[in-house]
Design a protein around this ligand. Structure first.
Ligand code: GRF
Length: 197
């Protein structure tokens, strides 16, 4: 499966996907990293892996549509079959949503629909919850609202600090994202086979 990873920040999930591919746990190739932040650490990670990068600043474009049209051109050029969001801090608009319907997946650090948005780890921790978790879901036009594929609860221990809880959340993300993607890609392949028979 040819995938593009979209990311805006640190890129620890990007690296988890790279490792899973190298270890034969995820049958995919990352053909492209799409990034909207010229200073993001994820760019260094992609460079180190010699993965092609498209880094565009949305503010350099007159409209969101114009920005996404250029991203789309790169996706077509690299024959991307699936878009994997990994900390991409931007809503996907119709320019990409329509051609990649049901082929854009996101990971979000909460048990959606609880705690959508950018500060979900802190929000769950500050709310004094005894657990939060990770959600992997298809993308739609809303903020963290698309159909849910998989969820995994993560406990918040009495002894946790925000840092220890955050670390546990990320560790779970890094394990389940490659695993769930592999399952989706395998199902996609077997459905294609069925339709050919
Ligand atoms: C992750 O917590 C992910 O769930 C969220 O953004 C964060 C990205 O972290 N969507 P990283 O850049 O992969 O380290």
């Amino acid at each position: 499966m040819k995938i593009a990873v979209f990311a805006s920040g640190t890129g620890s999930n990007f690296t988890a996907l790279v490792q899973a591919i190298k270890q034969g746990q995820l049958a995919a190739t990352i053909e492209l990293l799409v990034c909207d932040q010229p200073d993001a650490l994820v760019l260094k990670r992609a460079e180190a892996e010699r993965i092609p990068i498209v880094c565009l600043k949305p503010s350099d474009f007159a409209t969101k549509t114009a920005y996404e049209e250029q991203v789309k051109e790169a996706l077509i050029l690299h024959e991307i079959e699936f878009i994997v969001l990994a900390g991409y801090m931007r809503l996907i608009g119709p320019t990409l949503l329509e051609p990649y319907k049901n082929r854009i997946i996101n990971i979000h650090p909460s048990l959606l629909p609880a705690f959508p948005g950018r500060t979900s780890i802190a929000d769950a921790f500050d709310a004094g919850m005894s657990e939060s978790g990770i959600t992997i879901h298809y993308i739609d036009e809303g903020i963290d609202t698309g159909p849910i594929i998989y969820q995994k609860a993560v406990p918040i221990l009495k002894t946790d600090t925000f840092a220890t809880f955050t670390e546990r959340m990320h560790a779970v993300e890094h394990t389940i994202y490659p695993m769930v993607l592999e399952k989706i890609f395998q199902e996609g392949a077997s459905n294609e086979k069925k339709s050919l028979n």
